[in-house]
Design a protein around this ligand. Structure first.
Ligand SMILES: Nc1nc2c(c(=O)[nH]1)N(C=O)[C@@H](CNc1ccc(C(=O)N[C@@H](CCC(=O)O)C(=O)O)cc1)CN2
Ligand SMILES: Nc1nc2c(ncn2[C@@H]2O[C@H](COP(=O)(O)OP(=O)(O)OP(=O)(O)O)[C@@H](O)[C@H]2O)c(=O)[nH]1
Ligand SMILES: [Mg+2]
Length: 440
């Protein structure tokens, strides 16, 4: 049976601010009566009709606007229930008057993500696809758009569904082994079952490893800029930002707070974090800055480790790119401990084109598609779910008792089911849909 929201909900689905047209969206069992109250009679389903919108069409009381109206009867609509859209003139007074008429007609304002939540409840999409819708609405870069669009289209859901289907077959074979222990089941049955578990584990592990790339596309690639005081870290940040974001001075220990700037590089959201120069210091505030700098270095996807000519570093941080600055003052080594050094001068601009090209390459490598062409996971929630399923499968391999192995397989199924929202997700829904914007 179709899920019918108790309430008829409405929201302005288009953004606030100066615009020509505003879309007011309505969904719920009371939609038909409400639309008749506003415009008198229902237009043809899913066909745009130009209609007068009234506070009460029957009595022709208070004309509110002339609008394009779309009637979406369930269950084929976006939410799976009856709904309609009013494409209004976008004036705030029009929107306010229509909202008041909707409330008068028994509707209430929708909560964040409530339309898509109803679509999920009605089986119009699964949880992973719904998350894709939220990401598509938020997408600012080309890479985010592509990733989210593939996800709304079910690419990631199909991968998880495929694993769940394979697991179901494994479980059926496992149950045959439990139910008919003394029958002469060919030994190949158990072997092929174990092979399939191994194959699933391998696929999940690859997916988790490559998933970092999807998460980076979604939330952005983070570069931390580190090095000793006066290396030119803040100068680099300002050049990347193309503005004076951070204070630059010849005094060592100028930067204390971490300063973040954000931009788009190679179609990917990127954040650069300028940090306090690393050194032993008696100054309590600078010491706190150094502590924070080390935190950012640990968190970053890539570390830009800077030094000035004549001051090569003793140690190279993991996941770092070495930048030798101030080539105008003297030579920098070609490499430090086998790691190539990018020679630049923030003063003269030497080497900065090459540095930009290198950063773009780095971003591409950190966000590359899966080698197998499989869709990437995009959220910590997905990673946790796949990890849990994978751990259960590994647990299953440890079990000699068929009953115990069956139990682990069932837990793995459950973890995959929670991922797509097919089982036991009541507790998850507020967290997932609360992140949406109003009107989605
Ligand atoms: N005006 C408007 N633009 C929009 C949306 C919308 O709801 N309204 N969308 C919302 O996200 C997106 C398009 N996505 C949609 C997804 C499904 C359905 C849908 O189920 N529509 C028909 C059935 C389609 C058919 O099979 O003919 C229906 O509602 O009856 C509509 C839009 C982007 N643009
Ligand atoms: N000659 C020369 N001076 C530079 C170059 N890049 C930066 N400087 C100067 O070096 C000094 C320190 O630069 P900053 O960018 O503030 O250095 P920082 O690494 O942020 O220093 P802290 O914030 O103290 O850790 C400033 O006076 C800059 O103008 C360069 O390529 N050549
Ligand atoms: Mg600085």
């Amino acid at each position: 049976m179709a899920y019918q929201g108790e309430d008829t909900i409405f929201a302005l689905s288009t953004g606030l601010g100066r615009a020509a047209i505003a879309v007011m969206r309505v969904s719920g069992a009371g939609s038909e009566a409400l639309l008749k109250k506003l415009i008198g009679s229902l237009p043809e389903a899913r066909c745009a009709a130009l209609r007068r919108v009234w506070q009460d069409a029957e009595t022709r009381n208070n004309l509110l606007d002339e609008a394009l109206v779309l009637w979406f009867p369930g269950p084929r609509s976006y939410t799976g229930e009856d709904g309609f859209e009013l494409h209004l003139h976008a004036g705030p007074a029009v929107i306010k008057a229509v909202a008041e008429a909707l409330v008068e007609g028994g509707a209430r304002p929708a909560e964040a993500g409530e339309f898509t939540r109803r679509a999920f409840m009605n089986g119009r999409m699964d949880l992973v696809e719904a998350e894709g819708v939220a990401d598509l609405v938020e997408a600012e870069t080309e890479s985010q758009r592509k990733l989210a669009l593939a996800q709304t289209d079910g690419a990631l859901s199909r991968l998880y569904q495929n694993w769940a289907d394979r697991l179901k077959r494994v479980l059926a074979h496992q149950e045959a082994l439990i139910d008919f222990p003394d029958e002469d089941l060919p030994p190949e049955v158990e072997q092929s079952l174990l092979d399939e578990i191994h194959a699933l584990i391998a696929a999940m592990q690859t997916h988790i490893q490559e998933g970092d790339r999807g998460e980076r596309i979604r939330r952005g690639v983070v570069f931390a800029i580190t090095g000793p005081p006066n290396a030119g870290k803040s100068s680099l940040l300002n050049w990347l930002a193309d503005r004076d974001a951070a204070i630059v001075s010849p005094i060592a220990g100028t930067t204390r707070d971490a300063i973040e700037i954000s931009g788009i590089l190679a179609g990917v959201r990127v954040t650069f974090v300028d940090t306090a120069g690393l050194r032993e210091t008696e100054d309590a505030i600078e010491a706190e800055g150094v502590k924070r700098a080390l935190f950012h270095v640990k968190q970053a996807d890539c570390v830009l480790q800077m030094f000035a000519a004549g001051d090569a570093p003793q140690e190279v941080f993991p996941a770092s790119v070495l930048i030798g600055n101030k080539t105008d003052l003297g030579p920098v080594p070609q490499a430090v401990q086998g790691h190539r050094v990018m020679p630049v001068s923030l003063e003269t601009g030497q080497g900065l084109d090459q540095l930009k090209a290198m950063l773009e390459q780095k971003v591409e490598a950190l966000t590359a598609s899966s080698a197998s062409g499989a869709p990437l996971l995009t959220r910590a929630r997905h990673k946790a779910g796949v990890k849990e399923a994978c751990a259960c499968l590994e647990g299953a391999l440890q079990q000699d008792w068929p009953e115990m192995r069956g139990e682990e397989l069932r837990l793995a199924m459950r973890a995959l089911g929670r991922l797509t929202g097919h089982v036991g997700v009541e507790d998850l829904l507020d967290a997932v849909f609360g992140q949406f914007c109003i009107g989605k």
